[in-house]
Design a binder for this molecule. Structure first.
Ligand code: SF4
Ligand code: SF4
Length: 134
């Protein structure tokens, strides 16, 4: 084999990559488009201006990481609601079981993946923070 041939083949490969779209993104100025089924940060759903959660305890029961805390309350109409709802994102494994288990479609997972924070307590998402999520 001509000793120049491998060099030419290598150069051909290098040149072909010069004209391809790069697979990397200039994050954070360029944002990745997450898949529709991506399981990111949770959000609580709202109906008639209040959280849909009826504090049935199914999601904390099914959660394999045991990172959901629910405390039930009772409103003036004797309807149950989540007086406290918290998810510890440091323990969550983003399995989506909580979403599957919910009988009233009160919780969903968003495309939000930037969960970095400075303090441990900031990883605990309260009901109020989860209601704000789009
Ligand atoms: S996604 Fe999985 S680990 Fe995270 S809160 Fe839901 S059930 Fe628990
Ligand atoms: S989010 Fe759904 S499954 Fe979890 S406690 Fe509320 S109603 Fe039950």
């Amino acid at each position: 084999m001509n000793p120049i041939t491998p060099i030419i083949n290598g150069l051909k490969i290098t040149l072909s990559h010069l004209f391809k779209k790069p697979v990397t993104l200039q994050y954070p100025t360029e944002r990745p488009k997450v898949a529709q089924r991506f399981r990111g940060l949770h959000a609580l759903n709202v109906s008639h201006n209040k959280a849909k959660c009826v504090a049935c305890y199914l999601c904390p029961t099914v959660c394999p990481a045991k990172c959901i805390t629910v405390e039930a309350g009772e409103d003036a109409n004797h309807d149950k609601y989540a007086a406290r709802y918290e998810i510890d994102m440091l323990r969550c494994i983003f399995c989506g079981y909580c979403v599957e288990a919910c009988p009233v479609d009160a919780i969903r997972m968003t495309g939000e993946f930037e969960l970095a924070n400075y303090r441990r307590q900031d990883f605990v998402y309260s009901k109020e923070r989860l209601l704000e999520k789009k």
